[in-house]
Every structure is written in structure tokens, then in C-alpha cells.
Design a protein around this ligand. Structure first.
Ligand SMILES: Nc1ncnc2c1ncn2[C@@H]1O[C@H](COP(=O)(O)OP(=O)(O)OP(=O)(O)O)[C@@H](O)[C@H]1O
Length: 597
């Protein structure tokens, strides 16, 4: 564990980060506190009643007096019961409420962080913060904090009442505390050390068993069963010995604890009894004192149990609120400029240099310039790693260039709001994400307010309607996780339907490299033709059909444009494109040499 991690788990301070959330529910928090104090005070009042009953009721033989006190005890018990129930309700509800708020806020914040954040953070870890850490906080706010608070009040109140009841006996108890506590702490440490050693040995034995069983074929093929058995039994024996040591230490600890605690209690009680006999202390006062000591001691015990939980929750609160402090590298400007109306769909790259933030030393784009006119179809072609996908990421403003400008309809995209910019762009990615939900929801992802008719029209235009109609529940069929799985071609057509529904002036199309069967290929192609009509299209091309249809081809290599032209002109020039075309589109040598065919 790093220094930072170990320091984290030793402080309760990060829990204060939950204060702003708590303050939102001030009323409920006050109510919880009120009932908490009320429950503690009534508990602390009970021993007072006990003393009065013992000292006055029994000695004066006055049944009316006893009845009166028992009625009082019942009233106290009812108050205690009601306030405990209310405390439980309020405290748990506040915990749940705060955790829901934090979850919502963290999710909404994280969803808006730029991809640079996700380049260096694992999504699994973030999700675990949202789930496991949030649950930990729920238990901290909901249970541990209230138990801790109640026990602090009880322990403190119990001690005050002990002193109030009998200062002399209290001094004796105080004197006994170090006698009990120090040996227990020392022993406790050794027990913990031994338990950890036992657990480590067991983990080692289990690891060996797991490995050996998983590789049972290898073990048997080499006649290694005997050796494995011997090694495992050694490991198990070690674990047993370590566990025995731990148990022995714990047994001694229990014995020592009982001796010390009861010895001290007996000592204090003996002294108390002597005082009762000599008439300096009443029997009721002694009982009251004993009850307060029991209350104070048990509160202390419970406090030590929830302390560890509170520590863990503090760590959880820290990890979760850390995410909220994360500032997105990509934000809308303070005063965004509007994009020109109506949209023209012009995209310019002007001498764009860019390196990914996670790899600052290596430029992905090195002075890239090109201009795409409204309605034009431009194909981007280049070797793997040339920077083609990076161009899309920059148009979508997932990252900002380190120098140069990217403009949409003549406006630098950094001067317009992210929402306006992305409203004008539709993307059909290579790897289509299908969310768990219905087909309708998946298509309408690009425009959640779209009507069923609009979704059907988009699906028809994307050549997807036919396969959707064949599904048992049509547009309401569930897909994605725990739903039906779609084929590669079907997923692509869903993505195309999404883009058609969005109807944005600029289409970014990352053609799939994976081969589809001939029928899917034809359907996807038809769907794309429909989509590309009457809008600007920038396509990372992997298919011959696409480059043949493009108005212009940009050949990108090592972060800049090295050639541009039509398929024919580029083949004629015999440069990088001619070479790539031969490899990528599997054209024969003759095709390349006589491109007019
Ligand atoms: N998120 C990222 N973080 C760091 N480096 C990246 C990231 N994405 C891409 N790169 C690097 O940037 C360079 C350009 O990558 P890019 O994905 O744009 O290439 P490409 O032309 O699309 O390649 P391909 O055809 O193989 O998809 C590569 O060297 C790549 O390793």
C-alpha cells in the first residue's frame, strides 16, 4: 500500500466532504439528531429510576411509590422506543438520500469528462467507485455514524453520570482502566499479527491448490500428483500451525480480559459493598453506578467496532468526491458563438498539430490541413496509425489541437458550445455500441424525442426495417445485455438508422473493416447511400466502392495529408495511394494500372 493510501485510511476528515449533501437535508438531519439525543438521554435516565426504586421503594415498603416508578419506567421505555424508531428512520433515509444524490452527481459529472480522462482511468474502477464506494458511504451515513454518535453520547453521558453518582468509585474505575486496557491492546496486536500470518499461509495454500487443479492434466502427465500432494499438505499444515498460534493468542487474550475486567469489577464492587455496609453509600446508588459503568463500557466496545467501518467510509467518500473534483479538459466556452444558420456543412483543418495527452511526446497529427465543402463526400485513406481516427476525434472535439484550427461552417469549433457542435455532426463508428434496451430506444438514442413513425422511417431508410419486423416484438425487442444479439451487419444498420434519424449536416463515417457477407454488404451500402445524400460526408474508407464514389480522396500518412485527388488521378500518379489501394482493396495489378475499368 502506498503512503498516501495508508494515510487515507487513518483519517475521518474526508467524511466532511459529505457535509454539503447533509446540509441539503438539514431538517431531517436535525430531527435525526434530536431523536438520537432523546433516545440516549432516556437510556441514561433509567438507572436513576432503578436507584430510587431500590433505595426508597423497597426500604419504605411503599407499593404506591413502586407503582409510580414503574409507570415512569414504562413511560421512559415508550419514549426511548419511539425515539429509537424515529432515529433509525431518519438516519437511514438521510443515508440513502445522500448516496442517491452523490451517485447521480458523480455519474453526470463523469459522463461529461473528456476522453482524455478515460484514456488514463479504467472504466471498471470508476464504476466500482459508483457502486462499492457509494454503498460504503450509505452505511457510514446511515448506520455507522449514528451508532458512533449514539455511543459517544452514551459513553460520555455514562461517565458523567458515574462521576455524579459516586466520584470515589469513578476514580477507582479510572484507575482500573489502564490496568485493563494496556495489556489488552498489547495482546490484541499480537493476535492480529498472528491472524494475518494464518491468513497469508492459507492464501498461499489456496493459490497452490488452484494452480495445481487448473493444471491437472500437466500434473498427471508428469506423474506429479505425489509431489503436488506433498507441497499442498505442507502449505495446509503451515496454515494450521499459524491458525493455532492465532487461536492460542486469542484464547489467552480472552482469559486475560475476563480476569482483568471481572477482577476490577469485583474490586470496585467490593469497595462499593463495603461502603454500603458502612452506610456511606446506598444500595440503590451502587446499583445505579454499576448500571452506568455497564452502559459506558458497552458503548465504548461498540464504538471501537464501528470505528473501523467509519474509516473505510472516509476512504470511500474521498475516492468518490475526488471524481467530482476532476475538471474536464474540454468545455464549452463561457460565451459560445452561434453557428451560422442554415448549416452549410463545411469542415476545415488548418495546420493542425496534435499529440494525445496520454502520450505528449508523440505527435499524432503534424500540420494537417484540408477543406471539405458543404455536401461534398471526402474519403480519408492511409496506413494504420496514420491519424485517420484522430481526425474524427478532433472534429467531435474530444480533444483540442495543440496548435492550428478546426472550423465548422467558418467558426473555430472551440468558440461554439459543445452541444451545438455535436448537434451538427452524426457519426457511424466502426464498432457500433448497442445499449441494453429496445431496438426503438437504440435507434432513438440520437433523438430521444423521436416518434415511433420517425424511428420506423429511419429504420426503413437504413435497410433495417425488414430484420426488425421479423423479430418477435419488432421495435420493442430487447437487445444488448440480456437481450438478443445482433449480427455485425444488423448493428451497422442500426447505427446508420441512428444517424439518419439525427439528420445532421455533417456525417462522419468510419467504415467497418470486418467483412460482411455479400447480402449484408449490399444492404449496408444501400443504407449508406441513402444517408450520405445531400450532406457533407467524411469517411474513413476501407472499401473500393466508397473511394470510387467519393468526390475527393485525402491520403493521410504520419499525421499529414500527402496526396489528394480522385481514385483515377491518384492511381495514375502511382504514389502511396496506388500502393495502398492495391493492398487494401485487393485490386489486381491490372485494375490499378487501368483504373478506368
Ligand atoms: N487515445 C489515444 N491515446 C494515445 N495515443 C493514441 C490514442 N488513439 C490513437 N493514438 C495514437 O495516435 C496515432 C494515430 O492513431 P489513429 O487511431 O488516428 O490512426 P488510424 O489512422 O485511425 O489507424 P487505424 O487505421 O489502424 O485505425 C497512433 O500512433 C496511435 O497509436
Amino acid at each position: 500500500m502506498s503512503d498516501q493510501a495508508s494515510r487515507r485510511s487513518r483519517s475521518l476528515k474526508p467524511l466532511s466532504r459529505l457535509n454539503p449533501y447533509l446540509m441539503r437535508y438539514r431538517g431531517m438531519a436535525l430531527a435525526a439528531l434530536l431523536f438520537l439525543v432523546l433516545a440516549a438521554v432516556t437510556t441514561l435516565a433509567l438507572p436513576l429510576a432503578v436507584r430510587r426504586v431500590i433505595d426508597h421503594g423497597f426500604t419504605s415498603q411503599d407499593p404506591a411509590f413502586i407503582n409510580q416508578y414503574f409507570v415512569m419506567v414504562i413511560v421512559l421505555a415508550v419514549v426511548m422506543a419511539i425515539s429509537s424508531a424515529m432515529r433509525y428512520y431518519y438516519v437511514i433515509t438521510i443515508g440513502d438520500r445522500i448516496v442517491s444524490d452523490i451517485r447521480r452527481e458523480v455519474f453526470s459529472h463523469v459522463s461529461r469528462l473528456s476522453p482524455a480522462f478515460f484514456d488514463v482511468n479504467q472504466s471498471g474502477e470508476i464504476v466500482s467507485r459508483l457502486t462499492a464506494d457509494a454503498t460504503q458511504i450509505r452505511s457510514a451515513v446511515g448506520a455507522s455514524a449514528s451508532v458512533a454518535l449514539r455511543n459517544i453520547i452514551m459513553c460520555f453521558g455514562g461517565m458523567v453520570m458515574m462521576i455524579y453518582t459516586s466520584p470515589r468509585l469513578s476514580i477507582m474505575v479510572l484507575a482500573a482502566i489502564p490496568v485493563i486496557v494496556f495489556p489488552l491492546i498489547a495482546f490484541g496486536r499480537s493476535v492480529r499479527r498472528r491472524s494475518r500470518a494464518a491468513q497469508d499461509s492459507l492464501a498461499e495454500a489456496s493459490a497452490f491448490a488452484g494452480e495445481s487443479i487448473a493444471a491437472s492434466r500437466t500434473v498427471q502427465a508428469f506423474n506429479g500428483e505425489g509431489a503436488a500432494e506433498a507441497r499442498y499438505s505442507d502449505a495446509v499444515e503451515n496454515a494450521f500451525q499459524a491458525a493455532r498460534q492465532a487461536v492460542k493468542a486469542r484464547a489467552i487474550l480472552t482469559g486475560v480480559a475476563i480476569t482483568l475486567v471481572f477482577g476490577s469489577i469485583a474490586g470496585v464492587l467490593w469497595y462499593g459493598a463495603q461502603s454500603v455496609l458502612s452506610g456511606t453509600l446506598s444500595a440503590g446508588t451502587l446499583s445505579q453506578f454499576v448500571l452506568y459503568s455497564v452502559l459506558a463500557a458497552s458503548s465504548l466496545g461498540q464504538l471501537s467496532e464501528v470505528w473501523g467501518e467509519l474509516m473505510q467510509s472516509a476512504g470511500a467518500a474521498e475516492r468518490l468526491t475526488e471524481l467530482l473534483a476532476e475538471v474536464s479538459a474540454i468545455r464549452s466556452p463561457e460565451t459560445p458563438q452561434p453557428l451560422p444558420e442554415p448549416p452549410r456543412g463545411e469542415v476545415w483543418f488548418e495546420d493542425v498539430h496534435f499529440a494525445y495527452p496520454s502520450r505528449p511526446g508523440r505527435s499524432a497529427l503534424k500540420g494537417l490541413s484540408f477543406a471539405v465543402d458543404g455536401g461534398e463526400t471526402v474519403a480519408i485513406v492511409g496506413p494504420s496509425g496514420a491519424g485517420k481516427s484522430t481526425i474524427f476525434s478532433l472534429i467531435l472535439r474530444f480533444y483540442d489541437p495543440s496548435s492550428g484550427r478546426i472550423c465548422l461552417d467558418g467558426r473555430d469549433i472551440r468558440t461554439v458550445s459543445l452541444e451545438d457542435l455535436r448537434n451538427r455532426l452524426a457519426i457511424v463508428p466502426q464498432d457500433v455500441t448497442i445499449f441494453s434496451g429496445t431496438i426503438h430506444d437504440n435507434i432513438a438514442f440520437s433523438r430521444p424525442d423521436a416518434s415511433r413513425d420517425e424511428v420506423i422511417a429511419a429504420a426503413k431508410a437504413a435497410q433495417a426495417a425488414e430484420f426488425i419486423d421479423r423479430l418477435e416484438h419488432g421495435y420493442d425487442s430487447r437487445v444488448g445485455e440480456r437481450g438478443i444479439t445482433l449480427s455485425g451487419g444488423q448493428r451497422q444498420r442500426i447505427a446508420i438508422a441512428r444517424a439518419i434519424l439525427k439528420d445532421a449536416p455533417v456525417l462522419l463515417l468510419d467504415e467497418a473493416t470486418s467483412a460482411l457477407d455479400a447480402e449484408s454488404e449490399t444492404l449496408v451500402q444501400k443504407a449508406l447511400d441513402e444517408l450520405m445524400q445531400s450532406r457533407t460526408t467524411i469517411v474513413i474508407a476501407h472499401r473500393l466502392a466508397t473511394v470510387l464514389k467519393a468526390d475527393r480522396i485525402l491520403v493521410v500518412d504520419d499525421g499529414h495529408v500527402v496526396e489528394q485527388g480522385t481514385h483515377q488521378s491518384l492511381i495514375r500518379d502511382g504514389g502511396l495511394y496506388a500502393k495502398l489501394a492495391r493492398l487494401q482493396f485487393q485490386m489486381s495489378h491490372d485494375d490499378v494500372l487501368s483504373p478506368a475499368k
